[in-house]
Design a protein around this ligand. Structure first.
Ligand SMILES: NC(=O)c1ccc[n+]([C@@H]2O[C@H](COP(=O)([O-])OP(=O)(O)OC[C@H]3O[C@@H](n4cnc5c(N)ncnc54)[C@H](OP(=O)(O)O)[C@@H]3O)[C@@H](O)[C@H]2O)c1
Length: 267
């Protein structure tokens, strides 16, 4: 039995991972921005990644008093915003939660794992950590930043028993696309049609992957003894990542632009 920490464990992918870990008999620590009663099998702590004091008080909490075997840095949210009109405040908030908050937990996790000379540290980026989509540019930028940091960390841990992992899910059916998202700069006259198309496709997004399927890949990666860094999960994620790797930039961006522009015409 392992003791595993999952940030953002109340909904979506994090919740599915926690349910499956419990079913497998593991001890689970979960976090949420809101107080959760400690009456079930999960030990809950409060953590808001966008608030430095909340991150600090979680880093000082009793969660770290016993050895943790694996940490899944999952919590985060998506900002939908045209690049040209997003407010600086919204951009900073996006980076505060998804990047700076996650990296503060990463540093705490590394301190903990160095003391015990072992551990698995995984971050949830996205296929959008390897490519960018219209109106998700700032969100994608936070995930690119996490990808770079975890790739560098992977090298920095090669001479230890600490394993670094990145999971890159495709579009997953969670509350991320409904009330998990925030918007900024949406009144820009140049993007009315594009944002209407996006709202329509997200509302109809029942073809996305169930979070339970993504959770299965995450759990097998957490227990994978190899030094593999990247894993992908969900419909189309493998093929999109493959095309991104083999196609020249100009071909790949034409594919994305065609999908988006055709979609916008039919919105
Ligand atoms: N859904 C997708 O299509 C998709 C695809 C690729 C990657 N991802 C990534 O997967 C991760 C989980 O997303 P999800 O789809 O499962 O979304 P979700 O259903 O909205 O769940 C997000 C979780 O993160 C927590 N959370 C949100 N903002 C937070 C903050 N500022 N500080 C701390 N916790 C916060 C929420 O908990 P509380 O509300 O209880 O605080 C919730 O448990 C995110 O990092 C997202 O970028 C999602």
């Amino acid at each position: 039995m392992a003791r595993i920490l999952v940030t953002g464990g109340t909904a979506g992918i994090g919740h599915a991972v926690i349910r499956q870990l419990i079913d497998l008999g593991h001890e689970v620590i979960g976090t949420s921005r809101h107080h959760q009663p400690n009456e079930g099998p999960v030990e809950w702590f409060t953590l808001d990644l966008s608030q430095a004091e909340s991150v600090q008080s979680f880093c000082d909490s009793a969660a770290w008093n016993k050895p943790i075997d694996a940490i899944f840095n999952n919590a985060g949210f998506g900002l939908i915003a045209p690049i040209e009109s997003a407010s600086t405040e919204a951009i900073r908030q996006q980076f505060e939660a998804n990047y700076f908050g996650t990296m503060a937990i990463t540093q705490k996790a590394m301190e903990h794992f160095r003391q015990h000379d072992q551990g698995v540290l995984m971050v949830n980026t996205s296929i959008g950590g390897r490519m960018a989509f219209p109106y998700f540019g700032y969100y994608n930028a936070t995930k690119h930043a996490l990808e770079a940091s975890y790739e560098a960390l992977w090298y920095e841990c090669l001479n230890s028993a600490i394993r670094i992992k990145i999971i890159e899910p495709g579009f997953t059916q969670t509350q991320f696309a409904t009330h998990g998202m925030q918007m900024s700069g949406e009144n820009s006259p140049h993007h009315e049609q594009g944002l209407a198309w996006l709202a329509k496709s997200m509302k109809e997004g029942t073809t996305a992957t169930p979070p339970e399927d993504v959770a299965k890949v995450i759990i097998s990666a957490l227990f994978d003894r190899t030094n593999q860094l990247r894993y992908n999960a969900g419909k189309h994620s493998g093929s999109l990542l493959f095309l991104r790797k083999i196609l020249p930039d100009s071909w790949f961006s034409k594919l994305v632009a065609m999908a988006v522009l055709r979609g916008q015409k039919s919105a």
